[in-house]
Design a protein around this ligand. Sequence first.
Ligand code: NIG
Length: 386
Amino acid sequence: MPATVITGIGELTTNDAESGTFGDAAVVFENERITWVGPASRAPAADEQVDVAGRAVLPGWVDSHTHLLFAGDRTAEFAARMAGEPYQAGGIAVTVEATREADDAQLAANLRAHLDEAAAQGTTCVETKTGYGLTVEDELRAAKIAAQNADEVTFLGAHLVPPGSAVEDYLDLVCGEMIEAVAPHVRWCDVFCEKGAFDAEQSRRVLAAAARHGLGLRVHGNQLGAGPGAQLAVELGAASVDHCTYLSESDVDALAGSDTVATLLPACDLSTRQPLPDARSLLDAGATVALASNCNPGSSYTSSMAFCVTTAVLQMRMSVAEAVRAATWGGARALRRETGDAAVGVLRPGARADLQVLDAPSTTWLAYRPGVPLTHAVWRRGSRVR
Ligand code: NIG
């Protein structure tokens, strides 16, 4: 792959502690990796030069929480919600039915279409989950399809007890035959720890089985009400607890004193008419915050990370810099991919050449011009995808 130099960068956000954010910058990449970052006047020559004419450049979005292995549609459920019906996660069963009926080719095409849609908006690293199969066979095929297409794959057999199953029988299956089959294809295991899904002890059982299989841990917690998810995630050393819409002061303190990332999903809270998470308390306490889309057909059908950033700034009292960092470096940290060879969410030599150019002079425009499509160009692994 030829070396490319991007010049004329009006504002470069690197997320690198040494380089920070600066103007009049250039970035060079070759063979899928960044090779040089610095002032434009000192940029080395490359085979190809792209002048971005004063635009802002930043790492591609890292979307650390999506549910893209699905078929079917829940427009009617959404419309009913907008007419006043509450969100109770019961619609998951509707998607499970449609997903089981779809063949592998349909599921893969659906996944790829959503990944392409995200990439066109600047998302260059995506985590996605199983969780709409809920049988050994359906969870396994979802894991395999995800592993062929997404950067990171999470097993979410413990999404909901499928209709017709008893909870303890289903947990035996998830923690036995199902995780045994799926574990070779995934890096992470998640559990929906929430009233109406799995309680603390049931969630602990799933996460213990995951740890025995060598999987990293994640938790869906504190989405629809106060609950044990955040504390459980911290106690078990989970990489992230996702949603965090209803956190107590002690949950915030526990997260701030831990390595567990608080992943906030504001598009989901808006779409389910929940309050927005208290990002300010988390950040002020010293917790690490990520922003993700939670793209799924029920609670959050958007792949737009820019929408999440805009919402975080306009409605959650995050600064633009905090929100952009949470949607790039924060997501990478939630996936434990922010350091090392081929790191994502950061622009420094050695990191994966995942970057986006905004049709804007600075990232401030993400909030200043809400709803306006600002993606000008995107490179993923050094290849231009837009
Ligand atoms: O993260 N909370 C559980 N799972 C998804 C909801 C999926 C759905 O409603 O289909 C979520 O919001």
